[in-house]
Write a protein that binds this ligand. Structure first.
Ligand SMILES: NC(=O)c1ccc[n+]([C@@H]2O[C@H](COP(=O)([O-])OP(=O)(O)OC[C@H]3O[C@@H](n4cnc5c(N)ncnc54)[C@H](OP(=O)(O)O)[C@@H]3O)[C@@H](O)[C@H]2O)c1
Length: 305
């Protein structure tokens, strides 16, 4: 597994593991824990989660998956926007630590931008949590160019908010306009989510550039697709996989280095997008509250069955 190092962050693997939809179903729990453990053993030691995933269920699952190897894992969690006030930020990170049975998380991010709480206040809350030893590194998620500009006004030093988690895959290249250049210039890493298009990759294996690179590297087209997302320094891809075959394939993709010719052929298969990335969820607090409430209700219903 290739690794990279940016700013004050430790050496990180270029491929980590996502956990959205994990911790949701009891019948899947053992398989999900096994998948995360297998991924860690293969070098995918960055685990990405959120208080929102399974309304805390994913974080509880992680506690069991890494109980005997916490020191080898870099855990990233996210704070839902309805908890973006300074006092809520600290309490939320504390609750995440409790669920994951760890004294601190390696990184905490604001999950989506919100207009309901001043960004400077959220940043203040993240800073206070860092000072209290609850989190080592802080950052944001789903920030586009305009939100990043606001963020820079709240930073004490360049790259203080050292990560931006955004969608990036062959099917969704919008972050190439603003986000990737900004991250490079301001010493942020980009955590690339849904790198396999949330499983909507039908037809990718028919693309000539992807297939040719796959043949040349003795890999599958999807491994090339994943490798493509991390060719630029500073990008960590976050595939989510429960199937052990998928976990193994994803870890192997972390070793693939594509040539310029291969990158150009893949560009022809999946052209750059005309428009820059914009966050899908509106910065509307009522919607955020509704979404978190629904996740909690689902959890209660699952508990009752
Ligand atoms: N910050 C945000 O707002 C945000 C939003 C979305 C996602 N995320 C993060 O990003 C992570 C990944 O994104 P995602 O869950 O949307 O989707 P994804 O990783 O793009 O795709 C997951 C799907 O691809 C399948 N898969 C994984 N590896 C594969 C392989 N090698 N070959 C074929 N299929 C494979 C998985 O199947 P199996 O599970 O059956 O193996 C699953 O169905 C999330 O889990 C989450 O941590 C963050």
């Amino acid at each position: 597994m290739r690794t990279m190092q940016v700013g004050d962050l430790p050496q990180l693997p270029v491929i980590g593991q996502g956990t959205w939809f994990m911790g949701d179903r009891r019948a899947q729990r053992a398989a999900e824990i096994d998948a995360l453990r297998l991924g860690i053993s293969l070098g995918m030691t960055l685990i990405n989660t959120a208080e929102y995933y399974g309304a805390g269920g994913a974080e509880e699952l992680i506690a069991d998956a890494i109980a005997d190897c916490r020191e080898n894992v870099f855990v990233v969690t996210k704070i839902w926007p309805s908890h973006a006030s300074a006092s809520d930020v600290e309490a939320t990170i504390r609750a995440s630590c409790r669920r994951m049975r760890m004294p601190y998380v390696d990184m905490a991010l604001l999950h989506w931008p919100t207009r309901s709480v001043p960004l400077a206040e959220t940043v203040q809350g993240l800073r206070a949590a860092r000072k209290a030893g609850l989190v080592r590194h802080i950052g944001v998620s789903n920030f586009d160019g305009a939100w990043l500009e606001r963020l820079r006004a709240s930073e004490q030093t360049t790259g203080e908010l050292c990560a931006n988690e955004v969608p990036y895959s062959l099917a969704n290249r919008g972050i190439e306009h603003e986000i990737l250049p900004e991250a490079e210039a301001h010493h942020r890493i980009v955590l690339a989510y849904s790198p396999l298009a949330h499983g909507r990759y039908a037809g990718w294996d028919q693309k000539p550039g992807l297939r040719a690179a796959a043949d040349a590297h003795g890999a599958s087209p999807l491994q090339i697709a994943l490798a493509w997302t991390v060719q630029r320094t500073g990008v960590v891809a976050l595939p989510k996989a429960v199937s052990p075959a998928h976990v193994r394939a994803n870890a192997q993709a972390g070793d693939i280095v594509l040539s310029e010719d291969e990158m150009s052929s893949i560009d022809r298969d999946f052209p750059r997008m005309a428009r820059p990335y914009r966050p899908l969820l509106p910065a509307n607090m009522a919607l955020h509250r509704l979404a978190l409430g629904a996740a909690r209700m689902q959890r209660r219903m699952r508990g009752a069955t």
